[in-house]
Design a protein around this ligand. Structure first.
Ligand code: ADE
Length: 322
């Protein structure tokens, strides 16, 4: 649609002669506006490409979703929710998240134009160095926590937070991605479950086995603190190299999670161990930060984060990963 809108604009004098100045609404984009490069990610309903905007030469990651596949598998509600959440985050203008610039569609596909995270996933960095030193862990755990504060303030639960969904931009700051499992928390707690929420529960959806919280396994209900459980798992993994709950099969991982069956290696930093123990608590209401209302002050004040300037993290040069 190429509507030409009009917007009244006051003249410089202000009060005398209001002028009508025509403005061109941003035209809907199409695949013609981008050069598609290599595949940089794949999901069950989508493929992510590195692309270049032919007009500005800027790079974007474009997530291409197969409409027929989404409709056949009845996932349209998930795709809409993902778009809604990405729009909420993008318009809030908060750092540490992949931004949604625009969407468009053609006969076969939906397209999400996203920020391109030049340095890819956090996971290979953890695997490459074996484990992060305490300074690196403090920094990246701090950025993830700061991101979770933004989500809590926007009434969003990620529900599938893991090192594969934490991407790194050109300056090595985090960009959290993949809100395909995300939830928008309704403001009044009494509200009935939506139809798709009921369907989701019946299908007993969970995120990724290693990072899934016990309440998602037992009650199929996510809390903000479900993302804090995942944060505990990720901090453990940054320090030790492996996630805390490990087994050959998903079912065995779930059993370990429900029994809180994990151990700390001898050399694990003691302050980090104290924080992880306060996040990996079976009862989600007893996790550190679970009762914080505006952000997570009780986690930020943990000795593990002593001296970290949370508000300025995104402006700081990250410590080299080692
Ligand atoms: N893989 C999936 N999404 C991506 C993104 N936005 N940037 C880089 N790699 C990705």
């Amino acid at each position: 649609s190429s509507r030409v809108g009009t917007l009244p604009v006051m003249s410089r004098a202000g009060l005398d002669t209001p002028k009508i100045v025509p403005v061109q609404p941003p035209a809907k984009r199409s695949t013609q506006d981008f050069i598609f490069g290599k595949v940089i990610g794949e999901g069950s309903f989508s493929t992510v490409y590195l692309t270049k905007d032919v007009h500005s030469a800027k790079e974007y990651a474009i997530k291409v979703c197969d409409k027929r596949h989404i409709i056949r598998e009845k996932k349209t509600e998930y795709i809409k929710r993902e778009r809604d959440i990405l729009n909420m985050i993008s318009s809030a203008g908060v750092p540490f998240f992949v931004k949604l610039y625009c969407t468009f569609q053609d006969n076969d596909s939906l397209y999400f134009v996203l920020s391109y995270a030049k340095n890819g996933e956090l996971l290979p960095y953890i695997n490459k160095v074996g484990a992060f030193d305490i300074e690196c862990t403090r920094f990246y755990a701090g950025e993830i926590l700061q991101a979770l504060e933004h989500l809590q303030r926007l009434n969003i639960i990620h529900r599938d937070l893991k090192p594969e969904n934490i991407l790194l931009d050109e300056k090595m700051h985090i960009l959290i991605t993949d809100f395909g499992s995300g939830k928008i928390v309704k403001n009044d707690d009494q509200s009935e479950d939506s139809e798709d929420e009921t369907r989701r529960r019946r299908n007993s959806f969970v995120g990724t086995a290693q990072y899934v919280s016990p309440e998602l396994l037992t009650d199929k209900v996510a809390h903000y603190a479900s993302d804090l459980w995942a944060l505990g798992c990720i901090i453990y993994q940054m320090i030790s190299g492996l996630p805390p709950f490990r087994a050959r099969h998903e079912y065995a991982i779930f059993q370990k999670i429900l029994k809180l069956e994990y151990e700390f290696p001898e050399e694990f930093d003691s302050q980090a161990q104290d924080l992880v123990q306060k996040l990996l608590v079976l009862n989600c209401n007893e996790r550190l930060g679970a009762n914080d209302k505006d952000g997570y002050p009780s986690i930020k004040s943990h000795p593990m984060f002593a001296g970290l300037d949370f508000a300025r993290l995104h402006l700081t040069t990250p410590p080299a990963i080692s």
